[in-house]
Design a protein around this ligand. Structure first.
Ligand SMILES: C[S@@+](CC[C@H](N)C(=O)[O-])C[C@H]1O[C@@H](n2cnc3c(N)ncnc32)[C@H](O)[C@@H]1O
Ligand SMILES: Nc1nc2[nH]cc(C(=O)O)c2c(=O)[nH]1
Ligand code: SF4
Ligand SMILES: [Mg+2]
Length: 260
């Protein structure tokens, strides 16, 4: 049973800190099954930081990007909350977790304690920290919040999002530094040309190999109903192009319930 409001995160002491104190803005902390990627199905503790440098129109974590909410917690208290669960795997996500320096501290200390760490990231920042699986989700043109798709306004974020969303040298460095999966949110066949082009550029720029096996296509959709209309198309594209398909297991199981 996924844990939401009664999670230990609700019990850990709130600090009045800010970024300069080394604290982290935490939106939620809960246990669930990893729903996406190579480790789908593995029980994991999720730490969701708040704040993002991008604004995907489809963001399923609206309260970490478009309208961020959080409390500030000392890294010690985040660790204590994680340790209350019987889990070996920790997933650091957001928002964009790597825009916070304190994420590096958290990752170091999780590694010291023997946890397997996955970081869910948009691939625009290279951290200086140990990570077991970098789960990188580069953002395609179809993610840009143009005026007709902006959930919050009139396309004010479109230019900034467009300028920041892809950074090939950063993606290449992530691939070289970490065991990496590249997990693309796919809205339809139109996305494939950009994925192919981007992979070619990353493969040219990186000294490490990117196998087709490390490339995952994930259907866009925040709810079961939305996935109903994208998953088969995306599965067919994975077969056609020879990439991996990843489900969104948590959405299949619990729809869009918080803390899952
Ligand atoms: C909320 S993001 C947080 C981590 C990081 N900011 C990123 O985008 O990778 C977590 C994962 O959810 C994916 N995601 C967000 N909204 C989605 C949607 N509507 N459908 C499918 N995947 C989505 C992201 O691409 C990413 O892989
Ligand atoms: N169960 C579950 N698996 C996930 N994998 C990546 C997630 C994320 O939001 O980063 C996520 C999430 O929110 N829930
Ligand atoms: S990069 Fe991640 S957290 Fe940021 S808006 Fe896109 S999906 Fe949401
Ligand atoms: Mg999620």
């Amino acid at each position: 049973m996924p844990v939401a409001n009664d999670a230990p995160a609700g019990d850990i002491e709130r600090t009045d800190g800010d970024a300069e104190t080394g604290d982290l803005p935490i939106n939620e902390l809960f246990q669930s099954l990893q729903g996406e990627g190579r480790l789908a199905g593995v029980p994991s503790v999720f730490v969701r930081t708040s704040g993002c440098n991008l604004r995907c129109w489809f963001c399923d974590s609206y309260h970490t990007s478009w309208e961020p909410t959080h409390d500030w917690f000392a890294v010690d208290d985040v660790l204590a909350a994680i340790e209350e669960y019987d889990a070996d795997h920790v997933v650091l996500t957001g928002g964009e977790p790597l825009i916070h320096d304190a994420s590096e501290d958290l990752l170091e200390r999780l590694a010291d304690r023997g946890y397997h760490t996955t970081v869910e990231t948009n691939g625009t920042v290279v951290p200086d920290a140990p990570i077991d699986l970098a789960s990188v989700s580069p953002k395609l043109a179809s993610s840009t919040p143009t005026a007709d798709r902006d959930p919050d306004g009139d396309g004010e974020w479109a230019d900034r999002h467009e300028q920041r969303r892809l950074d090939v040298p950063t993606l290449a460095e992530l691939v070289e530094t970490y065991d990496t999966q590249l997990k693309f949110v796919v809205t339809g066949r139109e996305d494939m040309a950009e994925i192919e082009r981007l992979l070619e550029r990353v493969r040219d720029a990186a000294s490490a190999r990117v196998r087709d096996d490390d490339v995952l296509l994930m259907p866009e959709g925040q709810t079961r109903d939305q996935l109903e209309s994208t998953r088969e198309t995306v599965a067919d594209l994975a077969l056609e192009y020879g990439y991996r398909y990843t489900p969104r297991l948590h959405v299949d199981l619990w729809n869009d319930a918080p803390g899952t």
